[in-house]
Design a protein around this ligand. Sequence first.
Ligand code: AMP
Length: 258
Amino acid sequence: MRIVSDPKQMQSLARRWRAAGDTIALVPTMGALHRGHESLLTTARQRATRVVASIYVNPTQFAPHEDLAKYPRDLKADAKICRRANIDVLFHPANLYTADHSTWVEESSLSQDLCGRTRPGHFRGVTTVVLILLNIVQPDLAFFGQKDAQQVAVITRMVRDLYVMTKIISLPTVRDEDGLAFSSRNRFLTVAQRTNAQVLPQLLHLAVAQKNPVLWFQRELKRRPGLQLDYVKKFNGHLCAAVWVGTTRLIDNVPCPA
Ligand code: AMP
């Protein structure tokens, strides 16, 4: 496995692969890799002859008050996981934006509600960085997790609208034994908070069996200690929720019939 940090070098490597007839897969991440990321890497490995994992904590998708500075970073552990998944390149740029960067990609429909409402500008940062990564790596396939249901919907829309020649593949959410979806932010939780957080997937699963899943979830969450509701909404055939556990914001979703 090679670690490449220069975007131009990554781009010319990808161009050579493409000329040689390779199928290229990209798995974009912000690092602090866990079993959710690993499932994307493993599937990408099975579906392409060249696999690139990108690790880049994208500053433009964080608002000034958000957790950019304290977002977990552990390149050594991440490289070990990438090696185990037998990928070809770990793309780890120091920065993807020039000092006078002034071009943005904005999806203006699916990105407006849910996380887009709580985190204004978040999806503009996401779509911009994902298009940058797609232009650098030129992948045939790019893998995303259904855990970020709105993100994958927004990216799929962007790729469709802008005629990007990459197929977006969404993979199921990977959960820990207690049902909590793996997330890089789980490491911020104390033991007590972790116990409280387990309720999130449980309530989502119970809610979708109710007559009014949104109302039911709102009511139930109020009774739970240590959890504060950001939102719960139906979106794209899923019941999606964001919940604060102390100062950590977790998101999750489960399939939900319309
Ligand atoms: P992140 O590093 O959090 O930006 O996530 C990188 C990719 O991994 C995104 O496509 C996420 O949706 C995906 N991902 C994160 N957590 C999980 C999980 N628990 N199961 C499956 N995919 C995940």
